[in-house]
Design a protein around this ligand. Structure first.
Ligand code: DQA
Length: 144
Protein backbone atom coordinates (compact mmCIF):
# COMPACT_ATOMS: atom_id res chain seq x y z
CA UNK A 1 0.00 0.00 0.00
CA UNK A 2 1.33 3.44 -0.96
CA UNK A 3 0.02 6.58 0.71
CA UNK A 4 0.86 10.19 -0.13
CA UNK A 5 0.90 12.74 2.70
CA UNK A 6 0.30 16.23 1.34
CA UNK A 7 0.92 19.30 3.49
CA UNK A 8 -0.15 22.81 2.63
CA UNK A 9 1.15 26.31 3.28
CA UNK A 10 3.13 27.27 6.38
CA UNK A 11 3.38 23.68 7.61
CA UNK A 12 7.09 23.93 6.76
CA UNK A 13 7.20 26.42 9.67
CA UNK A 14 6.02 23.87 12.25
CA UNK A 15 8.25 23.73 15.29
CA UNK A 16 8.38 27.48 15.69
CA UNK A 17 5.00 28.44 14.20
CA UNK A 18 2.35 29.24 16.86
CA UNK A 19 3.47 26.34 19.11
CA UNK A 20 0.50 26.88 21.42
CA UNK A 21 -1.76 25.81 18.53
CA UNK A 22 0.42 23.43 16.53
CA UNK A 23 2.94 22.04 19.04
CA UNK A 24 6.72 22.04 18.82
CA UNK A 25 7.32 19.17 16.41
CA UNK A 26 8.75 20.11 13.03
CA UNK A 27 7.20 18.66 9.87
CA UNK A 28 10.27 16.38 9.65
CA UNK A 29 9.53 15.13 13.21
CA UNK A 30 5.93 14.45 12.15
CA UNK A 31 7.15 12.63 9.05
CA UNK A 32 9.54 10.45 11.11
CA UNK A 33 6.78 9.64 13.62
CA UNK A 34 4.32 8.79 10.82
CA UNK A 35 6.93 6.67 9.04
CA UNK A 36 7.37 4.50 12.15
CA UNK A 37 3.60 3.95 12.29
CA UNK A 38 3.50 3.20 8.54
CA UNK A 39 6.29 0.62 8.80
CA UNK A 40 4.29 -1.28 11.45
CA UNK A 41 1.50 -1.63 8.87
CA UNK A 42 3.82 -2.25 5.93
CA UNK A 43 2.66 0.97 4.25
CA UNK A 44 4.99 2.97 2.02
CA UNK A 45 4.55 6.69 2.59
CA UNK A 46 5.72 9.82 0.80
CA UNK A 47 5.64 13.26 2.44
CA UNK A 48 5.32 16.46 0.40
CA UNK A 49 4.80 20.06 1.48
CA UNK A 50 4.12 23.13 -0.62
CA UNK A 51 3.14 26.72 -0.01
CA UNK A 52 1.75 26.88 -3.55
CA UNK A 53 -1.85 25.87 -4.26
CA UNK A 54 -1.18 24.78 -7.84
CA UNK A 55 1.64 22.47 -6.76
CA UNK A 56 -0.74 20.69 -4.39
CA UNK A 57 -3.32 20.41 -7.20
CA UNK A 58 -0.67 18.90 -9.50
CA UNK A 59 0.47 16.43 -6.81
CA UNK A 60 -3.13 15.25 -6.34
CA UNK A 61 -3.53 14.80 -10.10
CA UNK A 62 -0.23 12.92 -10.36
CA UNK A 63 -1.10 10.64 -7.41
CA UNK A 64 -3.65 8.75 -9.50
CA UNK A 65 -2.30 5.31 -10.40
CA UNK A 66 0.77 5.71 -8.17
CA UNK A 67 -0.72 5.95 -4.68
CA UNK A 68 -3.63 4.06 -3.16
CA UNK A 69 -4.76 7.08 -1.16
CA UNK A 70 -3.87 10.51 0.15
CA UNK A 71 -3.76 11.98 3.65
CA UNK A 72 -4.10 15.72 3.20
CA UNK A 73 -3.50 18.65 5.52
CA UNK A 74 -4.48 21.49 3.20
CA UNK A 75 -3.67 24.04 5.96
CA UNK A 76 -5.10 27.47 5.08
CA UNK A 77 -6.26 26.19 1.67
CA UNK A 78 -8.80 24.09 3.58
CA UNK A 79 -10.89 27.21 3.91
CA UNK A 80 -10.38 28.73 0.45
CA UNK A 81 -9.45 26.23 -2.23
CA UNK A 82 -12.07 25.21 -4.76
CA UNK A 83 -9.12 24.06 -6.92
CA UNK A 84 -7.93 21.48 -4.37
CA UNK A 85 -11.48 20.30 -3.76
CA UNK A 86 -11.99 19.87 -7.53
CA UNK A 87 -8.67 18.02 -7.87
CA UNK A 88 -9.75 15.51 -5.20
CA UNK A 89 -13.05 14.97 -7.00
CA UNK A 90 -11.28 14.72 -10.37
CA UNK A 91 -8.94 11.88 -9.34
CA UNK A 92 -11.70 10.00 -7.53
CA UNK A 93 -9.24 8.62 -4.97
CA UNK A 94 -9.75 8.17 -1.22
CA UNK A 95 -8.47 11.24 0.62
CA UNK A 96 -8.54 11.77 4.39
CA UNK A 97 -8.36 15.39 5.54
CA UNK A 98 -6.37 16.01 8.70
CA UNK A 99 -5.59 18.98 10.94
CA UNK A 100 -3.30 19.34 13.93
CA UNK A 101 -5.65 21.77 15.66
CA UNK A 102 -9.40 21.36 16.06
CA UNK A 103 -10.63 23.71 13.34
CA UNK A 104 -14.17 23.60 14.77
CA UNK A 105 -13.10 25.29 18.01
CA UNK A 106 -11.24 28.15 16.30
CA UNK A 107 -12.24 31.25 14.31
CA UNK A 108 -15.48 30.98 12.34
CA UNK A 109 -13.66 31.06 9.00
CA UNK A 110 -11.70 27.94 9.98
CA UNK A 111 -14.87 26.00 10.77
CA UNK A 112 -15.64 25.83 7.06
CA UNK A 113 -13.71 23.29 5.02
CA UNK A 114 -14.15 23.49 1.24
CA UNK A 115 -12.03 20.37 0.84
CA UNK A 116 -13.58 18.01 3.42
CA UNK A 117 -16.78 17.29 1.43
CA UNK A 118 -14.58 15.80 -1.32
CA UNK A 119 -12.81 13.55 1.22
CA UNK A 120 -13.89 10.28 2.81
CA UNK A 121 -13.56 11.93 6.22
CA UNK A 122 -11.85 14.48 8.42
CA UNK A 123 -9.64 14.10 11.51
CA UNK A 124 -9.04 17.31 13.40
CA UNK A 125 -7.54 18.31 16.73
CA UNK A 126 -5.20 15.48 17.74
CA UNK A 127 -1.91 17.25 17.12
CA UNK A 128 0.75 14.95 15.68
CA UNK A 129 -1.69 12.10 16.38
CA UNK A 130 -3.89 13.37 13.53
CA UNK A 131 -1.22 12.10 11.11
CA UNK A 132 -1.26 8.62 12.69
CA UNK A 133 -5.06 8.58 12.80
CA UNK A 134 -5.21 9.74 9.17
CA UNK A 135 -2.95 6.87 8.21
CA UNK A 136 -5.07 4.36 10.15
CA UNK A 137 -8.26 5.76 8.62
CA UNK A 138 -7.07 5.37 5.04
CA UNK A 139 -5.55 1.95 5.80
CA UNK A 140 -8.83 0.77 7.27
CA UNK A 141 -10.81 2.21 4.34
CA UNK A 142 -8.56 0.53 1.76
CA UNK A 143 -8.73 -2.83 3.55
CA UNK A 144 -12.53 -2.99 3.51
C1 DQA B 1 -4.32 23.56 10.10
C2 DQA B 1 -5.52 24.44 10.43
C3 DQA B 1 -5.69 25.54 9.41
O1 DQA B 1 -6.80 26.37 9.73
C4 DQA B 1 -4.45 26.42 9.36
O2 DQA B 1 -4.56 27.39 8.33
C5 DQA B 1 -3.20 25.64 9.23
C6 DQA B 1 -3.05 24.39 9.96
C7 DQA B 1 -4.04 22.50 11.19
O3 DQA B 1 -3.35 21.53 10.89
O4 DQA B 1 -4.50 22.65 12.33
O5 DQA B 1 -2.25 26.08 8.58
O6 DQA B 1 -4.57 22.87 8.89
Amino acid sequence: MKILFLNGPNLNMLGTREPDKYGTNTLKDIENFTRIEAEKLNIEITFFQSNIEGELVTKIQEAKGIYDGIVLNPAAYTHTSVAIRDAILAVNMPVVEIHLSNIHTREDFRKISLTAPACIGQITGFGIGSYKLGLLAIYDYLNK
